[in-house]
Design a protein around this ligand. Structure first.
Ligand SMILES: *Cc1c(COP(=O)(O)O)cnc(C)c1O
Length: 405
């Protein structure tokens, strides 16, 4: 068996997961992309250009912040936050968008398309497209357009065309299908910047590699601060890009536990959730074989999460593999727990997290008090909560205002 760090194989397999399940018309484009990425990865000029953009445009390195008041409040392990929320555009998505726009430039493709759920990836893509003077089209479900109005306006200001997708559940899955349809038609001049560690090979590998900078920085920073490895890494998992970015550089450190938090929605029994590892099954969706929420006939089930960025029926294939071999554990947090996490981090640290991130906060609130004070947790603070203030207010503030009257 190959070392975990060297996966996937040449065809994009992480064990039985991953692969390239796409229409024939896209195979050429995907092979060309994989070949270009392979060349770029080993090209010092590409890596330098990316490092410069990450530093000067996106704001890397992000701090590793000791959450002193949260640690005290929870009364257990020491909690550090990796501050991806401080990046330009407000989340980790910009790391991947910058890597991919440079690849598009190398391939001479000046038209950029993307899908988006919470709008964070759409904003990151529209931002890098503006930075490089590319035409940009972002596909977004009608439901998400409504709950993420701020990000829709941002994309438009950045010069992107936002296309409303009304098919099916009108969220991320349908937006990805539309983006793939566009790509099939316009593949000659168009690059598809996929936003998570999902889809056909080479995307899960490539997106992971572009997000690995999170874990690489964390490693250096925790050694500077604590002169040792952390005991537990925690991140929320939608497609799984911020989580794999943090986890991957630590995979061969056996003493480091890792835990991904999925969206438990209104609870697993309610059926209204997006926790693929809670009753999900092996299947193929949008280019990859992985765990997904489907019925016995393989039909994709409706998903629900208060956070649009975690509201997707499939999980990135590498996560399915890491769970199977027992290297990474997975848990879930419900909408209500995430809202409590949102409030907790805001009040304890003066950091308003994205509702996606708040799922990771919710998990820490459960486990930190049970861990001794000499243990260290690093939580990936994947994004900031500006985009979610209206949603959180609807659930949290308004009831308080009404209650006090
Ligand atoms: C998109 C998003 C996520 C979920 O995506 P992953 O690929 O699982 O990281 C999590 N947090 C924030 C802030 C996001 O914008």
């Amino acid at each position: 068996m190959p070392a975990i760090e060297t996966l996937p194989d040449a065809h994009g397999h992480f064990g039985v997961y991953g692969g390239m399940f796409v229409p024939e018309t896209l195979m050429t484009a995907l092979h060309a992309l994989a070949a270009e990425y392979d060349r770029a990865k080993n090209d010092a000029q590409f890596q330098n250009q990316l490092a410069r953009l990450l530093r000067d445009f996106a704001g890397r390195p992000t701090p590793l912040y000791f959450a002193e008041r949260l640690t005290k409040k929870l009364g257990g392990a020491k909690i550090y936050l990796k501050r991806e929320d401080l990046l330009h555009t407000g989340a980790h998505k910009i790391n991947n968008a910058l890597g991919q726009i440079l690849l598009a430039q190398r391939m001479g493709k000046n038209r950029i398309i993307a899908e988006t759920g919470a709008g964070q990836h759409g904003v990151a893509t529209a931002t890098v497209a503006a930075r490089f003077g590319c035409e940009c089209v972002v596909y977004m479900g009608a439901v998400d357009i409504e709950r993420q109005a701020l990000n829709v306006a941002r994309m438009k200001f950045l010069g992107a065309k936002v296309v409303t997708v009304t098919a099916g559940q009108a969220t991320l899955k349908e937006a990805i299908s539309e983006a793939m349809r566009d790509w099939v038609t316009n593949v000659r001049n168009t690059h598809y910047i996929l936003g998570s560690a999902l889809g056909s090979h080479p995307y899960p590998m490539m997106v992971r590699d572009f997000q690995r900078v999170i874990g690489e920085e964390t490693r250096k920073q925790i050694f500077d601060r604590e002169q040792r490895l952390p005991d537990l890494l925690v991140a929320c998992v939608g497609g799984g890009s911020n989580a794999i970015g943090l986890f991957h550089p630590f995979l061969s450190d056996a003493s480091v536990r890792m835990l991904g938090v999925e969206a438990g929605g209104e609870g697993i029994q309610s059926g209204k959730h997006a926790a693929r590892f809670q009753g999900g099954r092996l299947g193929v969706l949008q280019g990859t074989k992985t765990f997904l929420l489907a019925n016995e006939d393989g039909q994709i089930e409706l998903t629900h999460s208060i956070s649009a960025g975690l509201d997707y029926a499939a999980i990135g294939p590498e996560h399915s593999y890491l769970r199977e071999i027992g290297r990474v554990e997975y848990d879930f947090a419900t909408d209500d727990e995430a809202l409590a996490g949102f409030k907790l981090l805001s009040e304890a640290e003066g950091i308003i997290p994205a509702l996606e991130t708040a799922h990771a906060v919710a998990h820490i609130a459960k486990v930190a008090p049970k861990m001794p004070a000499d243990k260290i947790i690093v939580m990936n603070c994947s994004g900031r909560g500006d985009k979610d203030v209206a949603t959180a207010a609807k659930h949290l503030l308004l009831s308080e205002v009404e209650g006090s009257r």
